[in-house]
Design a protein around this ligand. Structure first.
Ligand SMILES: [Zn+2]
Length: 156
């Protein structure tokens, strides 16, 4: 599934919109359904609990494997978070500002090692302008002339 354009956006200026509220409502509905399914599931056996405990207590990843992000939640609050390796941040988090649970991430931006947002792609220096056909043809002619000259000096 393609990520919406808003997700990798500068967090400070992003304002959650109606589309984000629709996604939050769908997320809330899905979480309510999961809660019902979990509440109706039979209790775990001692063996299952033991297996889960073993799976969850594995070695912790090295801190260098974590990537830091600034995220904006559907409630409009921004907060820092982490993800492992190159994974994007979680899809939903509990907001530490307003206490709302399970707010979806509507925008996120990678942070550098000092915790500062990495440059905004919309204000980052742009690549040089695209050259015209005439300029490219002139460069090709120049390179061909240099190549011919080099051949003449190597094989007089
Ligand atoms: Zn909030």
């Amino acid at each position: 599934m393609a990520e919406p354009e808003s997700l990798n956006a500068p967090v400070a200026s992003y304002v959650p919109d109606a589309n984000d509220m629709e996604k939050q409502a769908a997320h809330d509905k899905m979480m309510a359904h999961i809660r019902i399914v979990v509440d109706q599931a039979p209790p775990l056996s001692d063996e299952q609990i033991s297996l889960l405990r073993e799976l969850l207590s594995g070695p912790k990843p090295h801190p260098s494997r974590f990537r830091r992000w600034q995220v904006k939640l559907s409630c409009g609050h921004g907060l820092p978070t982490e993800s492992l390796d190159d994974n994007p941040p979680q899809r939903a988090l509990d907001c530490t500002e307003c206490g709302a649970a399970g707010r979806i991430v509507v925008a996120f931006q990678p942070l550098d090692r000092s915790g500062e947002p990495q440059p905004d792609p919309t204000t980052a220096p742009r690549l040089p302008r695209r050259r015209t056909r005439a300029e490219l043809e002139a460069q090709i002619a120049d390179l061909q002339a240099q190549l011919a000259q080099q051949r003449d000096t190597e094989h007089p």
